[in-house]
Design a protein around this ligand. Sequence first.
Ligand SMILES: CCCCCCCCCCCCCCCCCCCCCCCCCCCCCC(=O)SCCNC(=O)CCNC(=O)[C@H](O)C(C)(C)COP(=O)(O)OP(=O)(O)OC[C@H]1O[C@@H](n2cnc3c(N)ncnc32)[C@H](O)[C@@H]1OP(=O)(O)O
Ligand SMILES: NC(=O)C1=CN([C@@H]2O[C@H](COP(=O)(O)OP(=O)(O)OC[C@H]3O[C@@H](n4cnc5c(N)ncnc54)[C@H](OP(=O)(O)O)[C@@H]3O)[C@@H](O)[C@H]2O)C=CC1
Length: 514
Amino acid sequence: MSMVAAFYSNKSILITGATGFLGKVLMEKLFRTSPQLKVIYILIRPKAGQTLQERVFQILNSKLFEKVKEICPNVHEKIRPISADLNQSDLAISKEDMQELLSGTNIVFHCAATVRFDAHLREAVQLNVIATQKLLLMASQMSKLEAFIHISTAFSNCNLKRIDEVIYPCPVEPRKIIDSMEWLDDAIIDEITPKLIGDRPNTYTYTKALGEMVIHQESGNLNVAIIRPSIVGASWQEPFPGWIDNINGPSGLIIASGKGFLRSLRATPMAIADVIPVDTVVNLTIAVGWYTAVHRPKSTLIYHSTSGNLNPCLWHDMGLKVLAAFEKIPFERAFRRPYVDFTTNNFTTQYWNAVSHWAPAIIYDFYLRLTGRKPRMLKLMNRLLRTISMLEYFINHSWEWSTNNTEMLLSELSPEDQRVSMEVRQPSHANHWLEYIENYVLGIKKYLLKEDLAGIPKAKEHLRRLRNIHYLFNTALFLIVWRLLIARSQTARNVWFLIMTCPLRQEPKSPARR
Ligand SMILES: CCCCCCCCCCCCCCCCCCCCCCCCCCCCCC(=O)SCCNC(=O)CCNC(=O)[C@H](O)C(C)(C)COP(=O)(O)OP(=O)(O)OC[C@H]1O[C@@H](n2cnc3c(N)ncnc32)[C@H](O)[C@@H]1OP(=O)(O)O
Ligand SMILES: NC(=O)C1=CN([C@@H]2O[C@H](COP(=O)(O)OP(=O)(O)OC[C@H]3O[C@@H](n4cnc5c(N)ncnc54)[C@H](OP(=O)(O)O)[C@@H]3O)[C@@H](O)[C@H]2O)C=CC1
């Protein structure tokens, strides 16, 4: 067993956000590599008519946990769901549960957050700032606590171009923001939100920065570390290449382009696509937990989990790789053939939106109406364009993140931890990106869209048919436009006459014809 994996044996770990994308992968890896760990407490809220037990059951019975169940057959006994709601001021944890957490927990991984870019400031502050503050307070009463690891985002300071592994102060103190949320009404909050977030694009990045400040100011003597991942994508290798289970970040746009809905995107082709696989982030998180507990650094260390500094991939190249992957692994029942134009200014964006998004949607809705069905494509397109407008900021800027602490941590790991179990830097070579993207697209098809791989030949055939329809449509359109031109313009008629007579006049010169 590796040094890091051995550290977690017999430990009691508390994870928030364990039902989320990152939290689930973290829990899976901990169980798989350290099956001797004592217990994982997960703070979890009942949701959509499901009890806590049902939610845990669903996670354990998912594909993600297949390997764990082989290695650690009693995994269900080692997960202890604790009913909690981080939106409540007291976190809604019962007295008995709180007692158990305070007396037993060794390591806290705080992953829960609202990651919605359009969250109301009050909601984002509640979850990303106040809940963090409450958890810190709770952690300060944990008698056996060795480390508190907070997951932030590399974009918490996206208003800067170069970002170091330090906390940047916010103009308004988090405590003042927290206090003001208690007495300001929603209308006033709406009014001051743009002023507060300043040159950040949304409440998410702003409140994640406030959350970091809270950690910095209120962690007291706790052993705390902060991890800042960039755009978290499907897994690179573990537990399966391409594992993914939500549409956040690039995944939704990859689906939209693979299904042929997304045909143009305002993007800066030469900007760096700082995507980082979820298992790489999780490996770093687990290693940071170990390092923080064992080495007890004097100050709060911040770790960037980014790819751009080590192995940059531009959005242009990422896009081409995604398109190449669709050739091999097409999605079923595509609306149009996957192709995306990257636009770079307002005018071309509006033009391509009209030509590539709205026009086909209107035509298709017209066809649906004609055939007695309910039109839906325009609505879908408008929602997609709204989503794109929220994500655009991140595909039109580049950042430079320093990774000194992450590099330092890597050098502290044993060769076994570095190479086998706790790799924190993959994919590290340029040609890894193609392999990664192919697995990503395959993972989306298998785990998100739940499409059968046996259907790939049929999907390819469907795309060939769409290509033929596209050629036919373009030819017909060209002929109609040309016919109208000839009817109305003398120049067009002259050109047409020249084209028609040119080969005839050359005919006598050809020896082969004589
Ligand atoms: C100059 C010449 C150049 C030529 C070059 C040619 C090259 C050719 C290029 C080909 C390219 C082909 C491939 C293109 C694909 C490339 C991929 C590009 C991806 C870029 C993505 C950038 C993403 C940046 C993310 C930044 C992450 C920051 C990191 C973090 O810290 S946070 C974690 C990330 N958080 C999120 O992602 C949350 C974002 N989501 C939201 O905030 C909300 O969902 C919302 C967008 C505000 C929408 O909210 P709603 O209330 O409307 O409702 P809901 O959430 O229920 O969803 C509604 C519908 O929207 C759909 N949807 C949601 N999210 C996404 C998504 N990410 N992508 C797509 N669609 C999404 C959802 O499915 C719902 O749809 P419905 O079912 O129809 O209702
Ligand atoms: N995904 C990404 O691209 C990136 C993510 N991050 C950070 O990583 C962390 C995890 O993100 P990710 O896994 O993608 O997010 P998800 O949205 O997938 O997961 C969020 C988690 O938080 C939980 N949660 C939300 N509200 C509450 C609440 N009121 N009480 C209890 N739990 C709650 C959710 O529980 P429930 O299932 O009940 O909703 C879920 O488990 C976040 O801190 C995020 O900022 C950073 C950079 C990039």
